[in-house]
Design a protein. Structure first.
Length: 334
């Protein structure tokens, strides 16, 4: 038997890659419909700590203990490209959502690197994030959008990065008190789950600022409409054309309520922007051992299933009601 060091499943759930902790026959392709292996993929000669499958299901990637990255054609079981991606262990790989050639990789060398397999002439990354985990190991990096990544590592923190401005994270997720080993995103990228060496599992909103701005836009729209109605009613009152003055009082109260909403969510945004971070929306009872892998499955009607695999060989399943954690609250009261 071989120890499985990494695994990836295609978006359609029909194919899987498993990477093993050995030097030969260490990357295996599986047909999940048939429940059987179709081939071993050549190209790597060291233990594989990371692998991924592109969104089209036809291209795979593997990353080794020595930092080598390979792209594999899953239809022909051939090597498409091979290069030295990092100076140390490649812990994770992920394909850009709309690409089967653009990858991001996380490594023990402390960096997240982005490679475009269409342009590997000099073997240099298209972009790199140095010290992504405060000089420690970066355990995982995932594409959030075509230009943004989320990573986790030795510094106990999950961070969001824009690869066009890689000098520092534009957002952080604070709250863990041990090394963050694994992260995953919901299919709609609205939620993120993180797991740590201490067994903690937490659920976060990935973009609280955009959520707040959307809420404020909607409230401002209602405020504008309410103010327009109030101004008309006050003119009608002055001209003696308002049949029921109580309607004006009601609109005034509505306007006051809306202004309170504007103030509240303005403060929500101000708090987040002041320190550039989010706090977890939900903490799940974790394992006593390191959480090494996470997965999210939508169940419909706002329900989701989170799976957490730990180094004590346990897999824990959590049902999450996202409708209970998709709101934004102030951290401090007036």
């Amino acid at each position: 038997k071989k120890a499985i060091y990494s695994m990836a499943v295609s978006q359609d759930g029909r194919r899987a890659l498993t990477g093993y902790g050995c030097k030969d026959n260490n990357l295996q392709l599986w047909d999940l419909d048939k429940g059987e292996s179709t081939s071993f993929l050549a190209g790597q000669t060291e233990a594989l700590y990371g692998c991924a499958v592109a969104s089209n299901g036809n291209i795979g990637a593997s990353g080794s203990k020595t930092g080598q990255i390979c792209l594999h054609d899953l239809n022909t079981a051939s090597v498409e490209a091979k290069w030295k991606g990092h100076e140390s262990v490649v812990h994770s790989l992920d394909f850009q959502p709309a690409s089967s050639r653009m990858t991001c990789s996380a490594s023990s060398d402390g960096e997240v690197r982005i490679f475009d397999a269409r342009n590997l002439g000099d073997r240099k990354p298209a972009a790199r994030i140095e010290d992504a985990a405060a000089s420690g190991t970066v355990y995982q990096a995932l594409w959030w959008t075509d230009q943004k990544l989320i990573s986790c590592g030795d510094d106990y923190c999950v961070k969001s990065w824009d690869i066009r401005k890689p000098d520092g994270p534009f957002w952080s997720f604070f709250g863990h008190s041990s090394v963050c080993r694994a992260i995953c995103l919901s299919p709609d990228k609205k939620f993120m789950v993180s797991g740590t060496n201490s067994g903690s599992v937490r659920v976060w909103l990935t973009d609280e600022i955009s959520m707040t701005e959307e809420i404020l836009k909607e409230i401002n729209g209602r405020h504008k409409t309410c103010k327009k109605n109030q101004d008309k009613m006050e003119r009608d009152l002055e001209n003696g054309d308002l049949e029921d003055p109580s309607e004006l009082m009601e609109v005034r109260r509505e306007g006051e309520d809306i202004e309170e909403e504007l103030y509240y969510y303005g403060k929500v945004k101000e708090e987040r922007m002041l320190i550039g971070c989010s706090q977890a929306k939900l903490s799940l009872d974790g394992s006593a051992a390191t959480v090494a892998a996470l997965a999210w499955k939508d169940l419909g009607d706002g329900k989701a299933l989170v799976a957490a695999g730990a180094q004590d060989t346990s897999i824990r399943l959590y049902e999450v009601d996202t409708t209970e954690i998709d709101s934004l609250e102030r951290w401090e009261k007036d």
